[in-house]
Design a protein around this ligand. Structure first.
Ligand code: ADP
Ligand code: MG
Length: 216
């Protein structure tokens, strides 16, 4: 479950972005829509506790995010939240499998190689486990990042513009994987997009529409 109330944020020397109040039920799907610059990535970062709101609050699965400080917030994010950012942030120094192992370090948990193997296998990535990220296609790299996001069975899966650079077939495949992955771990799914194909593919999803200036 995600609930926001009176949520607003402003970058230094920039106008205030204010966001409409919202409740997404547990296991629901939200499409975060709006043109470039309307605040979609900022909204996701607020929900993930990567940014702290100027006012208002975000409650994720019963936890008021910004009341957690520093390391506790990082640990909470690592354990409860899956984040698939636009830029994937896979470490080139590490194999695919070890990129997934980092999740356990971030969460303060012992590395579970069995879980890593199962997460890779679920997304048909087992044969790529020892590759470096630069040895993957764009679609494979996105699947690795999805496997990483789902590894600890998050309560919420946040996905930022997953289809922007995909052709129609890859777009449909990516959306199917996101829905299946979220459903398998029982996560609430949030997808930010300005891609009409995503809206068409998920006609039943709840929608939050942001305006260009981010004004509610
Ligand atoms: P979207 O994801 O919908 O394209 P963003 O959340 O990235 O929108 O950006 C919302 C607004 O905040 C835009 O006007 C953008 O230029 C501005 N913005 C985003 N990140 C920063 C930043 N780090 N510093 C200053 N302004 C930013
Ligand atoms: Mg964005």
């Amino acid at each position: 479950m995600i609930e926001t109330r009176g949520l607003a944020f402003s970058y230094p020397q920039a106008p205030v972005l204010s966001f409409p109040d919202l409740v997404v039920p547990h296991g629901g799907t939200l499409l975060l829509r709006g043109p470039s610059g309307s605040g979609k990535s900022t909204w996701l970062a607020l929900v993930a506790g990567l940014l702290t709101p100027a006012s208002g609050e975000v409650v994720v699965a019963g936890q008021t995010v910004h009341t957690l400080a520093g390391a506790a917030r990082d640990r909470w994010r690592a354990r409860c939240l899956g984040f698939l950012p636009q830029k994937l942030f896979l470490s080139e120094a590490l194999s695919v499998a070890d990129n997934l192992a980092l999740v356990f370090f971030a969460a303060g948990l012992p590395v579970d190689r069995g879980a890593i193997g199962r997460a890779l296998s679920a997304l048909d990535l087992s044969s790529l486990a020892e590759r470096k990220p630069s040895q993957l296609s764009g679609g494979q790299a996105q699947r690795v990042a999805l496997a990483r996001a789902l590894l600890l069975q998050p309560k919420v899966l946040l996905v930022d513009e997953p289809t922007a650079s995909l052709d129609d077939e890859a777009c449909a495949a990516a959306l199917a994987l996101l829905q299946r992955g979220a459903a398998e771990v029982g996560a609430t799914l949030v997808i930010s997009t300005h891609d009409a194909r995503v809206v068409q593919a998920l006609p039943a999803a709840q929608t939050l529409r942001l305006a260009r200036e981010g004004v509610a």
